[in-house]
Design a protein around this ligand. Structure first.
Ligand code: TXD
Length: 320
C-alpha cells in the first residue's frame, strides 16, 4: 500500500492473535495506515478486510490492508514483528528458539530490504534472543530496535497489585528488568501505588509481594495453561501499541523495554529489559537507575541467561 500524504505507515509482520489485535488497535488510535503481512495466504487480507468493515461504525478514516508480499511494507515508519510460533502448555519460551530463529532471519532480511528507515518493535519469543537476532541480521542502528517485554510484565504485576489493594492498575507504577523469562527482575523498591511505596501501602506484606512477583514471573505460562492453544495476546498487543504510539508521536514516555546495552548495568552487546525513553528516534535514552546488591545480582543472573541463548544462536549460525 502506498504511503498516504502525511500519514504514518505501520507494518505488522505476523497476522495472528497479536498481529490482528495490533491492526485494530492502531486503527482505533488513529496512528496511521496499517499493512498486515503474513505468509499464510488470505489470513492478513481477511483480517484487514474485516477490520476495515468495522470502520463505518467507529468513525475511523485510516486504511488497513493485508498482504503476503513484502513490497507492500515499503516506506514503513514502524514495523512490529509477531511472526513465529507461540508457546503451548509445557513449553518454555526458549523451546521456541530454533523454530522462531529461522523465521526471524527471513523477516529481518525482508524488513532490511523494504523498510530500512523504520523503527522496529520485536514481540516474537524467545524475546531477548529474537530482538538481538533481528538487530544483527538487519544491521539496524541499535536505537531503532526494541523488544516488547517489560511493559507486559509490569502490567501483569500492576494488575496483581491492583487486585490486592483495590487501586486502579493505572495508578500503580513499577519497573521490570532483565530477560523476558522466569528470572525477570520486578523492582519492588521502585514500585508505587499512587505515590505510596508498595511496601508502605496498608495491608501489604513481604509475603504478599513475593507471591505477586512469583505470579508475574509465571504470568505468561499461567495464560498458556488456561488457553491451551497459544499464549496471551490482548495485553501484549496493548503493550506494543503503547510503545508504538510513543515512537510515532514522539511522546518520549518511559517504559521497561528490551534495549541494547553497551556497558549500561555492567553488560554489553545484548538486549535486556531496562528503563528507556521511547520517541521518534526509537530508543532515545537508556536510563541507568541505582540497584542495590540484591537487585544487581538478580539482574546479572537474568542477563547471563540472555547471554547463554545468544551463545546458542551464535553456535547455530542464526546471527549471520
Ligand atoms: O511479551 C512478549 N514478547 C510475548 C511474545 C507475549 C506474548 C506472545 N509472544 C510471542 O509472540 C509468541 O510466543 C509468538 O512467538 C509471537 C506471536 O504470538 P501470537 O499469539 O500472535 O502467535 P500466532 O497467533 O501464532 O501468530 C503468529 C503469526 C501466524 O499468523 C503465522 O502465520 C505468522 O506469525 N508467521 C509468519 N509471518 C511472517 N513471516 C513468517 N516467516 C512467518 N511464519 C509464521
Amino acid at each position: 500500500m502506498k504511503k498516504r500524504f502525511n500519514r504514518k505507515k505501520i507494518s505488522l509482520i505476523g497476522a495472528g492473535n497479536i498481529g490482528g489485535n495490533l491492526a485494530l488497535m492502531a486503527a482505533q488510535k488513529g496512528l496511521g495506515d496499517v499493512v498486515l503481512f503474513d505468509v499464510v495466504p488470505g489470513l492478513p487480507q481477511g483480517k484487514a478486510l474485516d477490520i476495515m468493515q468495522s470502520f463505518a461504525a467507529q468513525n475511523i478514516h485510516t486504511q488497513v490492508s493485508g498482504t503476503n508480499d513484502y513490497k507492500d511494507i515499503d516506506g514503513s515508519d514502524i514495523v512490529i514483528i509477531t511472526a513465529g510460533k507461540p508457546r503451548l502448555p509445557g513449553m518454555s519460551r526458549d523451546d521456541l528458539l530454533d523454530i522462531n530463529a529461522k523465521i526471524m532471519k527471513d523477516v529481518a532480511l525482508n524488513v532490511k530490504k523494504h523498510a530500512p528507515d523504520s523503527v522496529v518493535i520485536v514481540i516474537s519469543n524467545p524475546l531477548d534472543a529474537m530482538v538481538y537476532q533481528f538487530a544483527m541480521i538487519s544491521g539496524f542502528e541499535k536505537n531503532k530496535v526494541v523488544g516488547m517485554s517489560g511493559i507486559l510484565d509490569s502490567s501483569r504485576l500492576r494488575t496483581f497489585i491492583s487486585m490486592e489493594t483495590g487501586v486502579s492498575p493505572y495508578d500503580i507504577r513499577t519497573f521490570v528488568l532483565g530477560g523476558h523469562g522466569d528470572d525477570m527482575v520486578p523492582l519492588i523498591r521502585y514500585t508505587y501505588v499512587g505515590g505510596i511505596p508498595l511496601l508502605d501501602f496498608p495491608g501489604i506484606t513481604k509475603e504478599k509481594v513475593d507471591k505477586m512477583v512469583e505470579r508475574t514471573r509465571n504470568g505468561g505460562a499461567e495464560i498458556v495453561n488456561l488457553l491451551k492453544t497459544g499464549s496471551a495476546f490482548y495485553a501484549p498487543a496493548v503493550g506494543a501499541i503503547t510503545m508504538a504510539e510513543s515512537i510515532l508521536s514522539d511522546q518520549r514516555r518511559i517504559f521497561s523495554a528490551a534495549a541494547f546495552v553497551n556497558g549500561e548495568y555492567g553488560h554489553k552487546d545484548i538486549f535486556i529489559c531496562i528503563p528507556v525513553i521511547l520517541g521518534g528516534n526509537g530508543v532515545e535514552k537508556v536510563i541507568e537507575i541505582n540497584l542495590n546488591p540484591d537487585e544487581k545480582k538478580a539482574l546479572d543472573k537474568s542477563a547471563h541467561s540472555v547471554e547463554s541463548s545468544k551463545e546458542i544462536m551464535t553456535k547455530k549460525g542464526y546471527l549471520t
